[in-house]
Design a protein around this ligand. Structure first.
Ligand SMILES: Cc1cc2nc3c(=O)[nH]c(=O)nc-3n(C[C@H](O)[C@H](O)[C@H](O)COP(=O)(O)OP(=O)(O)OC[C@H]3O[C@@H](n4cnc5c(N)ncnc54)[C@H](O)[C@@H]3O)c2cc1C
Ligand code: FES
Length: 257
């Protein structure tokens, strides 16, 4: 897939909660095909500390309006700098990077399990699933109700089950404690997961026990983002693979983690 390097105009920087914000970026030209699970590498200007680009998943893409949406959590110097940008600023992106989630071929119901900012690839994935006659439902976990994302972005595609560690929204506990995973029937043919590794491992074990296909999007620390530096290697049954190039999405059966 051809990669592009372009300056995008920041149309809006919307604060979602005290840690998360949503960037809306306008492409200078028609966007190429952008698939769910893929990511962009953002250049953070004007600092030696942040000379490496930062990988961020596609949250949503509007092909007609040439817009790219990115949900970002402030965790360090780079994401803090991005949080301070204003409409009208310019951001340089490399895109689209990585592989993508695969979609079931038959009409079916699937469950998307995400934790924290790991929910970021799900709106675009859900859009593609719907377009392919697949019904997505979501199981989303957050630390507390102050750190929820905009659930309307998910509810427009399917039912949302919610959990928070402290029980301030949805059911109390982690996603693994949620009653949707404890019910006697599990109506989903496939599970997708993204979030903290400990959560993804638990989700993958759950899916394995039910003999269901499970795909996880990994967030190994990256530098180049396009396969050259080998710093994002993941051990798999197919050998050591680059998360930025052969991933970030893997069938969990392939992962040695
Ligand atoms: C494929 C992929 C998709 C991602 N999608 C999102 C997203 O949609 N929203 C979001 O908020 N975050 C996402 N992340 C994590 C995000 O890239 C890091 O939080 C961010 O790079 C941290 O940068 P920083 O300068 O604020 O932090 P620092 O800790 O100062 O970063 C230092 C260096 O470590 C790298 N790094 C740090 N944490 C991570 C991490 N978790 N993953 C990869 N590299 C890291 C940075 O790129 C940078 O080179 C994604 C990561 C990957 C690999
Ligand atoms: S980040 Fe350089 S090879 Fe993956």
């Amino acid at each position: 897939m051809k990669k592009f390097v372009r300056d995008f105009e920041l149309i809006a920087n919307k604060r979602i909660n005290r840690e998360y914000y949503l960037l809306v970026l306008k492409s200078p030209e028609r966007l190429p095909e952008m698939l769910p699970g893929q990511f962009v590498e953002i250049r953070i200007d004007n600092s030696k500390d942040t000379f490496l680009r930062r990988p961020i998943s596609l949250y949503d893409v509007d092909m007609d309006k040439q817009l790219v949406y990115l949900l970002i959590q402030e965790v360090g110097k780079g994401t803090r700098k991005l949080a301070g940008l204003k409409a009208g600023n310019s951001l340089n992106l490399i895109y689209p990077l990585g592989n993508s989630y695969s979609l079931p071929e038959e009409k079916a119901k699937v469950l998307l399990v995400g934790g924290g900012v790991g929910v970021a690839p799900f709106p675009l994935l859900a859009k593609f699933l719907k377009q392919n006659n697949v019904e997505p439902e979501f199981l989303l976990g957050f630390r507390n109700k102050e750190l929820l994302v905009d659930l309307a972005d998910f509810e427009k595609y399917g039912k949302v089950f919610l959990s928070t560690d402290d029980g301030s929204a949805g059911e109390a506990g982690t996603v693994m404690d949620h009653s949707v995973l404890k019910a006697s029937s599990f109506p989903y043919v496939k599970v997708y997961t993204c979030g903290p590794q400990v959560m993804m491992k638990a989700v993958s074990k759950f899916a394995e026990e039910l003999q269901l296909d499970c795909e996880a999007s990994l967030e190994n620390t990256m530098a180049c983002g396009f396969g050259a530096c080998l710093c994002c290697i993941q051990e798999t049954v197919r050998g050591n693979l680059r998360v930025c190039k052969e991933g970030p999405v893997f069938n969990t059966k392939d992962l040695i983690w």
